[in-house]
Each structure stands twice: as structure tokens, then as C-alpha cells.
Design a binder for this molecule. Structure first.
Ligand SMILES: Cc1cc2nc3c(=O)[nH]c(=O)nc-3n(C[C@H](O)[C@H](O)[C@H](O)COP(=O)(O)OP(=O)(O)OC[C@H]3O[C@@H](n4cnc5c(N)ncnc54)[C@H](O)[C@@H]3O)c2cc1C
Length: 748
């Protein structure tokens, strides 16, 4: 840091310190003003210009140094200078002070903060880049954030200084007027009757409702801008049109029908979308058959000398289809029609903010609607690797059509979908090579969790190639070959089938987004605000098409917000709540997570303590022959508040439900520890993890004190009486589980 920066920091720090050390804030209170009101007013009447100059300078200093008191000073300005001059003085002083704070922040911290917290500032940076002045204007007009924070944070963004100054002045004007006006009334309060005067009541009511009015103004301006070129129909045929009948679309339509809205659900392919037809349901059905085979292979571990399986892969895949058919009625046209949803089969296209065209086998129709929910889902991404088209590749859309087990299979991708399918095919007997360009599979999980899964995969015969980047596919002597790069080396793997599972891209093309100018994000999902509204306040998006999560349960969760906001948003909107998002990868061992893991906590700079409990110690897991895995809990340092949990092991996806509920409802580890869990169950692992956390927090001093207490008690009452009491309390058949395996707990 150069000298001038150090000097500037020293001066600012000295001034701020002086303010607090000398308690200068006591002069910036209404009480102080009231006590000195007569003197101040007589000085003002004698020397109005000097009084204005002093007030102006103090105001600039307070806002420039981000000291508390600007709001009170604005009221006092009204009391001293009246509505017109009070507003003029405050408007300029506040804008100049704000700009000084902005410049100081920019000069001192911008570079360092953008480097360190760039990720956290993403939303603000994006807002500023896209619509800088309007964004600042809305922040100024709607006082949702303290102004001093806006000054400092804006200094860290790319906005120009002049834009910051004038937009701040214009944006703050309305609020300044309201505050100064309220201040003019303070001067007039001379008695209790003054407090109840209509002017005062109106002024303070204005103060209270101003943020709401300002918000309404901002929203109206925004809406006018986007709707300007679209003619609005006089009336609408429907309240809601939902595009896509996957998890998100079905829930949206269900909610609309439940509240008696007229809703139309449009699906171009199959009701139930990915989850039912090509995602969760078939993959879990396949996993079940694969797991049975894995158990048969391990039969000796359970004391069965010999067990074998005679199977045809085609039958397994037929069972998968049967499972789909069994679940199908839950998502069917019949069920939804019965619930009051109009279901249309066809390709939907948004033709205006209030109309959707549907191309059905019978012809095209246009529906008018008050609101639209886009739930168009995502599709597998196939990377443009040279030769991939020529060798052909399966995806999660097409793999379900296989009836012949591939002898040698390459699975490209180490994420959840790639990993689940890798293990399945290996268990059926394919020679599977899983290729991941990152250093480990399941890269979003903590390294030791990835390691557990990798170890199991390798033990089951999977060739896991991490740090390998597939660069080319080719055919050599009639044999398909993948060429990959690993640390400068070329690796060649021959294969019969290739399955590509490297991610999924949102469906954002071909149904009107481009024509309406609805933007997509860098992740190529439909851009939505916190309420899941797109650029158009009556068009919402949810599920895979909106992201950021790509799960059925998050799609359903978002759908509630999208549907409710679409139908009732004019009166009240609900922000989508992502505070507790769980998920699971159904490999063996299963991996489930809610909230933070260590990787994310470190990335986000969140302090945590970690407690782990090894499931190899759990009675039920031992009895089941599944004594492996871990419960890993992150807590706030010094507290039992849970920041996140990862469970790896048998039924991890079910076990984690207790922690999901705990996090959602603010239940800490002490309460989990105080809850009776049935013996012997896998769920006991949750309690033992809480016990491990507790045990790690008992200090040596506490133990020494307890030992001394009991030794004193033995001297007073004798040990015989103690045993008698304990025997009576425990009763017959009670089992005390002594755990010597102390789960590890460490600080980070
Ligand atoms: C192999 C695999 C396994 C998975 N396992 C799990 C799991 O275990 N747990 C989990 O939570 N998630 C899992 N997922 C993810 C889950 O399937 C998705 O997150 C979920 O299906 C998303 O639902 P959605 O409604 O957003 O989209 P989709 O289910 O994709 O539905 C979108 C629908 O919109 C339709 N559509 C698109 N455009 C139009 C148009 N213009 N007109 C009319 N219709 C249109 C499509 O045809 C589609 O049916 C898995 C995914 C895969 C691929």
C-alpha cells in the first residue's frame, strides 16, 4: 500500500475514533437539539448563512466519514431551515458526503475487496454493469440498505463517479423531502396537542409509508419500461399458463388449481418430464437392481456360502420401464385434469407477456393469460469434443433405450449422474472407465467423501480416471477409442459405448425468450430475481430452467414460490428461500448433504467447527454388514448451531432428513442429542454425531471437578448406596452403550 493511502486511512481512522472517543454523537440527537433549540434558532436568525455553512460542513463530514446521525440531521435541517432550504442543504451535503465516502472506499479498498470478495459482490457488480445508474437509483429511492453501506459498496463497483453523484442526488431527493418535511413539524411541537396535530401525523405517516411508495414507484417504472411495446389484452382467458410438465411445472399447475385459478399446463413430450421419464425414477430403479447384484456378490459377508444371479440386462431395463409406468399415473393428464388443470399436449411459445401460442396436433391456438410460469427444464450437455458425433454417445435421455449391456463403457463426467450410472453399469458387469477432468469425482463434496466413493468404485472394478481430459474420439481398426490428456501424457482407452454425463443445460431457446428479450445468466439459465420473476413481472421461471439447483425437490420448492407470486404477486410476493437445500447422490456409499461442507465454508470465508462420527462404529451398521461411512457436521464456532451436514453411508439420503429439519427450524446439536432415537437404527448415527460434538466440548477442568465431586460424595455416603440407586434407576434389560471410538472433532 502506498504512503498516501496509509495517510488517508490514518486521517479517516483518527476522525472516526475522535467521534466515538469524545462521544460527539450526543450532539446528533433529537434530545440535544430540543434542549438547545432556542439558542440554535436565535443563532440561525442572526447569521443564517454561517449557520447553513456550519450545518452543511458537519453534514458532509458525517456522511463522508460514514458516521451515524445523518437521518437525525436531516430531520433537524427541516426544523432549522424549513422545507425548501432544509431540502436544498441536505440534498447537496448528503450527495457530496456520499461521494467522498464512495471515493475513499474506491481508493482504499476496491482492488483488494474485489479480489477477495468478488464472488460475494457478484450480484451487485452484475447489477451495476447491466443497469448501473438505474440500479443505484432504486437503492437510493428504496431505503432497504443503510445509505452509508451503499456509498461504501458502490465505491467497490465499476460505476462512474459522476454517475454516482447525480444519481444519488436525484435518488435521495424524495426521501430527503419526506424527512425534512417531518423535521419541520418537530420544531412546532410545543405541547401534547402539537404531537397530535394533523400535519405532524401526516408527516410521520409519510415517513413510514415512504419506503413502500418508493418501492411501488420503482416497480412501476421498471414494468412500464419492459411492457411498453406490448399491447395488453383487455381481458384474459386464464390466470396462469405453465410451460413444461416436469417436476416444476406440475407443482406450479397443482398450486394454481388448488387455489381455484384457471390454469393451463402445456407439455410437448411426456408428462412428468425428466424426473419420471429419464431421471430420478429410472435411475433409482436401475440402482436397485444393481445393488441386488452387488449384495449377491458379497453374500459370503452375510454368511451365505454361495449365491448367484442369472439375469438378462434387457429384463432389468424392462423393469425400469415398468417402474416408470407404475409411477406415471401420479403425473398423468387424467390426474391433473381431475385436479382442475387444463392439460394440453403441444409445443408452447410465448408470443407476448400475456399470450402463449400452442402448436398441438390439431393446430395452433393462442391463449391469453395474466401470468406465465416457465418450467421448460434442461437437457444433457454434449461437449464439442472432436470425433464425439462420429463415435456416437449416449446421454441420460437415451441410455434408457439400451437393452444390451455394453462390454466396455466410458462414462464421461464425475458428477452425481455420471457416478450413479458408472456404479450401476459396473455392477451389471460392464468394464467401466469413468473419466473426470477435475482431480476427483463428486467434486462439490469434501475430498475425503469423494475419496470414499472413489475407493469403493475401484474396489468394484471401475477404472476411475481423474485429472483426465478427453480430447478426441476416434475409430481405430473398427474399435472406438477415447484419447485423453493427463498431466501432459496421452491416455488411450478403447470402448464399445460412450455415456456423456458432463452437465445439463437449461432449455432457453425456441419458445419466445429471445423475442421477448428475457435474458439468460452466465450459467445459461433464465435470469430471475429473488421472487423467481423474469424481466417481466408477470412471467416467472422455476426448476432446472431457472437453476441454480437441478433437483426435483428444488424444482418443486421453487414452483410454489413461482406459482404463488405469479397469482398473488400484485398484493404480496414471497422470496424463494434457499437457506436449507439438501441433496443426495445415490451411489454406494450414498452421499447426502444439507447446507455447507468444509469446501464451501472455506470458499465463503465462514468460520466453522467440524465434528465427525464414523458409521463403522454404529451397532446397526455393523449388524447390517454396512459398517462404513461418516456423519460430518459443521457448526458455528462455540455454538451448537448447524451450518451443514454431510453423510456418507447406507441410506444417507434418508438419515439426513433429521438434520434438514433441524437446520430449517433452528434446532441445534444439543436438542438432537436430547432426542430419543430408536435402537438399533442407522438414525442413531445422527445422535452420536451430536454426542461427539458435546463430548469434545467437555473440558479437562469440568472432568476434574466432576471426579472431585464424586470422590467427595463417596466419602459422605459410601459407594454401596450409590450402586443400589443406580441399579434401581436403570431397570432390567437396559443397555448402556459405551463408545470407546471417540469421533474426531477439530477446529478450523
Ligand atoms: C439421470 C438423472 C438422475 C436424476 N436423479 C435425481 C435425483 O435422484 N433426485 C433429484 O432430486 N433430481 C434428480 N435428477 C434431476 C431432476 O430430474 C431434475 O432436476 C428435474 O426433473 C427438473 O424438473 P423440471 O420441471 O425443472 O424440468 P423437466 O423435468 O426437464 O421438465 C421440463 C419439461 O418441459 C417440457 N418443455 C420444454 N419446453 C417446452 C415447450 N416449449 N413447450 C412445451 N413443453 C416444453 C419438456 O418436454 C419437459 O417435459 C436427475 C436427473 C437425471 C438426468
Amino acid at each position: 500500500m502506498n504512503k498516501s493511502k496509509v495517510l488517508l486511512i490514518a486521517v479517516i481512522a483518527a476522525l472516526v475514533a475522535a467521534f466515538f472517543v469524545f462521544d460527539l454523537g450526543r450532539f446528533l440527537t433529537l434530545d440535544f437539539f430540543r434542549s438547545q433549540q432556542l439558542e440554535i434558532m436565535s443563532y440561525y436568525h442572526a447569521r443564517p448563512l454561517q449557520a447553513a455553512a456550519i450545518f452543511f460542513a458537519v453534514y458532509v463530514a458525517v456522511t463522508g466519514l460514514s458516521l451515524p446521525g445523518a437521518a437525525i440531521m436531516t430531520l433537524i435541517a427541516g426544523a432549522i431551515f424549513g422545507l425548501l432550504w432544509g431540502t436544498v442543504i441536505v440534498s447537496f451535503a448528503a450527495s457530496i458526503g456520499a461521494t467522498l465516502a464512495f471515493l475513499a472506499s474506491r481508493l482504499l479498498f476496491r482492488e483488494a475487496i474485489q479480489k477477495r470478495f468478488g464472488e460475494n459482490l457478484k450480484a451487485i457488480n452484475a447489477g451495476v454493469e447491466k443497469d448501473g445508474s438505474f440500479y443505484l437509483f432504486t437503492l437510493r429511492l428504496v431505503p432497504a440498505f443503510p445509505f452509508f453501506m451503499i456509498n461504501l459498496v458502490m465505491g467497490l463497483t465499476p460505476i462512474r463517479t459522476w454517475s454516482f453523484y447525480w444519481v444519488s442526488q436525484v435518488g435521495m431527493l424524495a426521501g430527503t423531502l419526506v424527512y425534512v418535511n417531518a423535521g419541520t413539524q418537530i420544531a412546532k411541537i410545543e405541547s401534547l396537542r402539537g404531537i397530535l396535530s394533523p400535519e405532524l401525523i401526516i408527516s410521520f405517516t409519510l415517513l413510514g409509508v415512504f419506503p413502500l411508495i418508493a418501492k411501488w414507484i420503482v416497480n412501476t417504472i421498471k414494468a412500464r419500461k419492459v411492457y411498453a411495446k406490448w399491447p395488453r389484452p383487455g381481458r384474459f382467458d386464464r390466470n396462469l399458463v405453465v410451460i413444461g410438465a416436469g417436476s416444476a411445472g406440475l407443482v406450479s399447475a397443482y398450486i394454481a388449481a388448488a387455489v381455484r385459478a384457471k390454469v393451463t399446463l402445456i407439455e410437448r413430450h411426456k408428462m412428468g418430464g425428466d424426473c419420471l421419464n429419464t431421471g430420478c425414477v429410472p435411475s433409482k430403479a436401475l440402482i436397485r437392481s444393481a445393488k441386488l447384484l452387488a449384495h449377491i456378490k458379497r453374500s459370503r459377508e452375510w454368511g451365505i456360502r454361495q449365491a448367484s444371479a442369472d439375469f438378462d440386462f434387457a429384463d432389468v431395463m424392462e423393469r425400469v420401464q415398468k417402474v416408470i409406468r407404475t409411477v406415471e399415473p401420479h403425473d398423468s393428464v387424467e390426474r391433473y385434469s381431475g385436479l382442475g388443470v387444463e392439460c394440453l399436449r403441444g409445443e408452447a411459445k410465448i408470443t407476448s407477456p400475456w399470450s402463449v401460442e400452442v402448436k398441438t396436433p390439431e393446430g395452433a391456438r393462442t391463449l391469453t393469460t395474466r401470468a406465465i410460469v416457465i418450467a421448460a427444464g434442461a437437457r444433457p450437455f454434449v461437449p464439442p469434443i472432436p470425433g464425439i458425433a462420429e463415435v456416437g454417445c449416449l446421454t441420460s435421455d437415451t441410455v434408457w433405450n439400451l437393452r444390451k449391456l455394453p462390454r466396455r463403457l466410458i462414462v464421461l463426467g464425475g458428477g452425481p449422474i455420471g457416478s450413479e450410472l458408472t456404479q450401476c453399469f459396473a455392477r451389471f458387469g460392464s468394464q467401466v472407465t469413468q473419466v473426470e477432468m477435475l482431480p476427483r469425482i463428486l467434486p462439490r463434496e469434501d475430498p475425503e467423501i469423494s475419496e470414499m466413493v472413489t475407493e469403493r468404485f475401484r474396489a468394484e472394478g471401475v477404472n476411475v480416471l481423474v485429472n483426465h481430459k478427453a480430447t478426441r474420439f476416434t475409430t481405430e481398426n473398427g474399435e472406438k477409442v477415447m484419447i485423453a490428456e493427463c498431466e501432459g501424457r496421452q491416455v488411450r482407452v478403447a470402448f464399445d459405448e460412450l455415456l456423456c454425463a458432463v452437465g445439463r443445460v437449461a432449455n432457453t431457446k425456441g419458445y419466445g425468450l429471445e423475442e421477448l428479450g428475457i435474458p439468460v445468466t452466465r450459467q445459461r439459465t433464465v435470469e430471475t430475481d429473488g421472487y423467481l420473476a423474469t424481466l417481466y413481472p408477470n412471467i416467472y421461471a422455476c426448476g432446472d430452467v431457472a437453476g441454480p439447483y437441478q433437483f426435483t425437490h428444488t424444482a418443486g420448492h421453487q414452483a410454489w414460490f413461482a406459482a404463488v407470486n405469479a397469482l398473488f404477486g400484485t398484493f404480496k410476493k414471497f422470496k424463494a428461500d434457499y437457506s436449507v437445500i439438501p441433496w443426495a447422490t445415490f451411489t454406494d456409499p450414498e452421499v447426502a448433504r444439507v447446507g455447507l461442507n468444509e469446501l464451501e465454508a472455506k470458499e465463503k470465508g465462514i468460520a466453522y467447527e467440524v465434528t465427525t462420527y464414523g458409521i463403522d462404529d454404529l451397532d446397526r451398521a455393523i449388524a447390517d454388514g454396512e459398517a462404513h461411512g461418516v456423519v460430518k457436521v459443521l457448526t458455528v464456532p462455540g455454538k451448537d448451531r448447524i451450518l451443514g451436514v454431510t453423510i456418507a453411508g447406507e441410506h444417507a439420503g434418508d438419515l439426513i432428513a433429521e438434520y434438514i429439519a433441524a437446520m430449517k427450524h433452528g434446532i441445534g446439536l444439543n436438542k438432537i442429542l436430547g432426542t430419543i432415537h430408536i435402537y438399533p437404527t442407522l438414525a442413531e448415527a445422527n445422535k452420536f454425531a451430536a454426542g461427539a460434538w458435546k463430548k469434545a466440548r467437555v473440558t479437562q477442568e469440568q472432568m476434574r471437578f466432576l471426579a472431585a465431586f464424586h470422590s467427595w460424595r463417596r466419602g459422605a455416603e459410601g459407594p454401596g448406596a450409590m450402586f443400589g440407586t443406580a441399579g434401581g434407576l436403570l431397570g432390567k434389560g437396559t443397555r448402556i452403550v459405551q463408545r470407546e471410538h471417540t469421533p474426531h472433532s477439530s477446529h478450523a
